[in-house]
Design a protein around this ligand. Structure first.
Ligand code: ADP
Length: 410
């Protein structure tokens, strides 16, 4: 819109200045063709710069001048002449008059102010400033994750899995981890039928902390709880709360819990909670870490704030339980801790089975051997191995995975 407006203004400016059908003439031509013959009716000098020459009506102009359809009937000059200086022009005219014995030519002076010409020096800087702010705002919005306006920065960036986008993970997809499954079963049971617990007066834990090395299925477990209980799942990473602006983290926490309350019963999942849950007052360097503390304080308050039986369960995952603030772990907040350890031999077998199930394999793959060879691997590593094998098979133009020792033998 802005550009269009500007284009129109410039269009008017340029086309309004010169008349399309007015021809430019030189002094020689003017003198020889018309002045000598006394055919000039009048000359109009505009702003001491341009002379508009009007010929007498008796002169046959039709063949010499191309009259545009728009100019018919208008009192347009016949010729235009650009002046060097007014004085010399006057001298020239007077000389010509004396030389050819002409009756004096009617010379008039007109001052035309062009409003646009006056306005432009004002308008242009304003326009540039507006443009500058416009682009700044756009850039700022982009860096804030494409919100509609600056106020959306405090909104939580939680990924929501609800009716339209249900978490598809179930307990059967998680191999092993039987103890952890049993512990979270209670939450599933509660979420499925909150009233039963309320009737007895039982208080369900508000927060559950899933602790374990990376890739042991913490996210998966939280998703499975939501999937099994058939409730919405709001997932956010601890680092999503962190922004370069002060107060944004706290505002995002508030927004997240508000969103959750609207969707209750539901599960909030905060991955890598150590990004915001680090012990307060232990700033690593000289710089103060106020923003992280604010966010943590808000989180603590939000955990206290909602009723035990409001139907919102907060699950958080971390592999650095030791750095978490004590206040976060006290009863009433994250009072349940579930440890997900690296899988043992039997569990690795089960995880291999789950992941080999989804890809085409030849039956010479021995899960027992694979599990024995992968001591210390987490579930994520095993999932990765299976996927790598499938990628390799596709690369080698096979549509199934085989035992690599067979391949080496040829
Ligand atoms: P974490 O959150 O603990 O870092 P994830 O839950 O994101 O780990 O797990 C990453 C991937 O590892 C999962 O998507 C899944 O494919 C695989 N995985 C981990 N543990 C298991 C398990 N017990 N059974 C099946 N797959 C698993």
């Amino acid at each position: 819109m802005l550009f269009l407006g500007l284009l129109i203004i410039f269009g008017f400016y340029f086309f309004g200045q010169t008349n399309s059908s007015t021809q430019v003439i030189t002094w020689q031509q003017l003198e020889e063709k018309y002045l000598q013959k006394g055919q000039v009716e009048s000359i109009e000098i505009i702003n001491k710069k341009i002379a508009n020459v009007y010929l007498k009506d008796s002169v046959n102009k039709a063949d010499e001048k191309d009259t545009g359809i728009f100019d018919q009937g208008l009192n347009n000059p016949d010729y235009q002449y650009t002046l060097g200086s007014v004085e010399t022009f006057e001298d020239k005219v007077q000389k010509a008059e004396a030389e050819y014995n002409l009756s004096p030519v009617n010379v008039s002076y007109v001052y035309r102010t062009n409003w646009l010409e006056n306005l432009l020096p004002w308008l242009l800087p304003i326009f540039l400033i507006v443009l500058f702010f416009y682009f700044m705002r756009k850039r700022a919005q982009q860096s804030m994750g494409g919100g509609n306006n600056i106020f959306s920065i405090g909104k939580s960036k939680a990924k929501i899995y609800d009716e339209t986008n249900k978490p598809s993970v179930r307990f059967k997809d998680i191999a092993g981890l039987d103890e952890a499954k049993t512990e979270v079963q209670e939450v599933v049971h509660y979420l499925r039928d909150t009233r039963k617990y309320e009737a007895v007066g039982a208080k369900i834990p508000k927060g559950m902390l899933l602790v374990g090395p990376p890739g042991t299925g913490k996210t998966m477990m939280a998703k499975a709880v939501a999937g099994e209980a058939n409730v919405p799942f709001l997932s956010m990473s601890g680092s999503d709360f962190v922004e370069m602006f002060v107060g944004v983290g706290a505002s995002r926490v508030r927004n997240l819990f508000k969103q959750a309350k609207e969707k209750a019963p539901c599960i909030i999942f905060i991955d890598e909670i150590d990004a915001i849950g680090r012990s307060r007052g232990k700033a690593k360097s000289m710089q103060s870490n106020d923003e992280q503390e604010n966010t943590l304080n808000q989180l603590l308050q939000a955990l206290d704030g909602f009723e035990t039986n409001s139907g919102v369960i907060v699950m958080a995952a971390t592999n650095r339980r030791d750095v978490l603030d004590k206040a976060l772990l006290r009863p009433g907040r994250f009072d349940r801790e579930i440890y997900l350890d690296l899988p043992n031999l039997e569990e690795r077998k089960a995880i291999f089975k789950v992941h080999l199930d989804t890809i085409n394999v030849k039956n010479d793959i021995e899960v027992n051997i694979l599990a024995a060879q992968t001591a210390g691997f987490a579930g994520a590593n095993i999932a990765n191995i299976c996927n790598e094998a499938a990628l390799m098979a596709a690369r080698n133009e096979r549509d199934y995975v085989i035992n690599s020792s067979c391949e080496l033998k040829g």
